[in-house]
Design a binder for this molecule. Structure first.
Ligand SMILES: NC(=O)c1ccc[n+]([C@@H]2O[C@H](COP(=O)([O-])OP(=O)(O)OC[C@H]3O[C@@H](n4cnc5c(N)ncnc54)[C@H](O)[C@@H]3O)[C@@H](O)[C@H]2O)c1
Length: 314
């Protein structure tokens, strides 16, 4: 792909974005405020690429690594880039400061995009001169293995910015969720929050263990959810589709909702229960190892999904 991007902030998420862009053929300039962090990022990316080769997700590490260049200054990183992916820590005052600099120093037509998990874009772009080119592109981590990305406009984000952002994200192989207006939690954290809240309630009430909840998801609901969403699931779970499903089954859910109003305290006694269970299954000193296992599982799943898409279709 013949454009260049700048990654501003080369921590966990910035590095993962760098892989997602470079894998698609984009030139990636890395910048981090901590001296040495941008070149260190390149070194940390190399072994991840080797795992991706092993999983069959890329052919070789060399061409991807060659597209990554560490830059010493923000000005150098921003030179002639079409897209900036800001990935500095989740702190509103810091974001405001960094975004003022980005708006001032990036070429006028460059899209400015933030990885923020939970700050709506109006809070750090309102004061900017060219605020129409600003949006949030919130990934699930890591974006080189999980394609969904939420594109969130501020009230003043131009329609053309959203359309261009959609094209860029699609071109690098991401699956953009396009929000029409900003909302706390965007889409994915609201969905995840609803599910987590019920999971905490079930364990808090002594109805099942944390392991049962996880088992139900990974051997049940998430099997379907890994290739279609809840709406397509219900559309296919009644002979005549989604309306048929709602007419047949709404009453089941309606009966549940009154008992789902109580707020679980995630840090209350239920956490002791869940933590004890989790640490029995994965001791604290094995969490790193288990995170690597998770990434290998994600890579295997990404390879499977690619294969299934080619053989069965989307
Ligand atoms: N960690 C996740 O799972 C996840 C997922 C999606 C989105 N996000 C969001 O991505 C953003 C980054 O999160 P992270 O987990 O990568 O954080 P991180 O702490 O791993 O990395 C942040 C990097 O930004 C650098 N930095 C700090 N100030 C800077 C500045 N002024 N200019 C340039 N670089 C600067 C730091 O040196 C650090 O390397 C946050 O907004 C976070 O909410 C995180």
């Amino acid at each position: 792909m013949s454009f260049a991007v700048a990654i501003v902030g080369c921590g966990l998420v910035g590095r993962a974005w760098a892989i997602a862009f470079a894998r698609a053929g984009t030139d990636v300039r890395l910048f981090d405020a901590t001296p040495g962090a941008a070149s260190a990022a390149k070194e940390r990316i190399a072994p991840l690429l080797e795992d991706m080769v092993e999983a069959g997700l890329i052919e070789a590490t060399g061409p991807v690594l060659e597209r990554l260049t560490a830059k010493d200054t923000l000005e150098e990183a921003l030179e002639a880039v079409a897209w900036v992916q800001e990935s500095v820590p989740e702190d509103l005052e810091l974001k405001k400061k960094v975004w003022s600099e980005l708006d001032e120093k990036a070429p006028p037509l460059t899209i400015l995009s933030s990885s923020t998990s939970a700050i709506v874009p109006s809070l750090f772009t309102e004061h900017l001169k060219r605020r129409g080119r600003c949006l949030v592109a919130h990934p699930l981590n890591p974006p080189y293995l999980i394609p969904a990305v939420e594109l969130v406009p501020a009230p003043w984000t131009a329609k053309d910015t959203m359309a261009r952002a959609f094209r860029v994200m699609t071109a690098i192989g991401m699956a953009p969720i396009v929000m029409d207006k900003e909302l706390d939690g965007f889409v994915m954290n609201r969905l995840q929050g609803a599910l987590l809240e019920e999971a905490f309630r079930l364990v808090e009430g002594g109805y099942c263990t944390a392991e049962d909840v996880d088992r139900g998801l990974k051997h049940g609901l998430a099997l379907r959810w890994s290739f279609m969403g809840p709406f397509e699931t219900i559309d296919l779970n009644a002979p005549s589709g989604v309306r048929d499903y709602c007419e047949r089954y709404q009453h089941i859910y309606e009966n549940l909702f009154p008992s789902m109003q109580h707020r679980a305290d995630w840090t209350g006694p239920v956490l002791d229960k869940i933590e004890a269970e989790r640490r029995r299954m994965v001791p604290a000193d094995k969490l790193d190892e288990r995170q690597r296992w998770r990434d290998q599982q994600l890579m295997a799943l990404a390879a499977h999904k690619k294969n299934a898409r080619e053989k069965i279709g989307d």
